[in-house]
Design a binder for this molecule. Sequence first.
Ligand SMILES: Cc1cc2nc3c(=O)[nH]c(=O)nc-3n(C[C@H](O)[C@H](O)[C@H](O)COP(=O)(O)O)c2cc1C
Length: 379
Amino acid sequence: MLRYSTAGESHGKALLALVDGFPAGVTIDSQIIDAELRRRQGGYGRGGRQRIETDTVDILSGIWKQTSLGSPIALQVINKDYKLERLEDLTRPRPGHGDLTGAIKYLGPIRGILERASARETTVRVAAGALARQLLREFGIEVLGYVVELGGIACEVPDATLDEKRRLRDASDIYSLDPARDPEIKKLIDETGKAGDTLGGVVETVVEGLPFGLGTHAQWDLKLDGRIAQAVMAVQAIKGVEIGLGFEAARRRGSQVHDPIHFDATKRETHTLGFERPSNNAGGLEAGMTNGQPLVVRAAKKPISTLRKSLDSVNLTTLEPEAAQYERSDVCAVSAASVIVENVIAFEVARALVEKFGNDSLVEMKARYDLFQKMARER
Ligand SMILES: Cc1cc2nc3c(=O)[nH]c(=O)nc-3n(C[C@H](O)[C@H](O)[C@H](O)COP(=O)(O)O)c2cc1C
């Protein structure tokens, strides 16, 4: 099984991801991982931390001559802002963080909770996802994430190819597909920051080139829609996940929701096997399995919890009312969230891919992939 776990504190020495079950024979370019790490640090509205860190990955194991060995891959990102041993504890828990609940649950300091709950941990989730993308690319599967709404301002999503969408996204400081809206959104971020407040938004990820049959209908915890929702919901500050039409499907009639099935013999050799859908309201998943259409996932990110204009809190030493503590913080991290969500989805899709086609080696996976496509055409 392809899986990963992470370790590390926000101001500790380093962040680590241990990736298990990654197939042998995949060419790995650490610069692809670094590029995703750089994008995670960007976007308009980030705080001082991103000026201190210039994240790059160290691949500590599992790769030889830029090729995966099939053994565990350890990824490390060093924290330049290492100062954990010198930091004091907090006494006034911040609403919207795990400060109060974690300190009570673990009967310990708030510092111990916030250092691990911090979204700094997503650095290595992005690294693991960017590693997984290099496997997906071998099968023509591409992943793209972008911002569709920020602080209530909706951004247009054009009907365009993935490459065109990527060009638009990379031209936007917000990481939206509507760069013309950047000035309006940046102004909103600036004004909100000056007022001591923060902003949230909605991000979308598209995965193209998926074959039929990743995931399964057969058992609840193996359904790919559920697994993607779990991975995305587990990103810090994500409070809602939609696949395809999502909540909008509940407002429409069935005839306006379900995607008709057509057949186009000229596309028989492609990943769709010729089964074309004039719409993709299902967002690429039916009964927990990929259906050959692009996977479309949206996630809602709440505004940053730490406010310069602090909310009410309680001093845990005196139990007297006091304003919540302020720790250096972003005003808006929706752009960064689009990068994180995109990469955690990439990892889940890669996991489903190796479940279907095996994870010993890339050559065997490719042979099994080709055999499956052939058998599916002949069934
Ligand atoms: C990319 C990213 C950056 C974040 N930066 C901050 C930040 O600077 N300050 C802050 O208070 N919360 C920040 N958060 C949100 C907190 O990590 C998160 O709200 C908190 O850990 C509580 O978890 P929950 O919102 O999932 O319940 C960030 C989240 C993401 C995804």
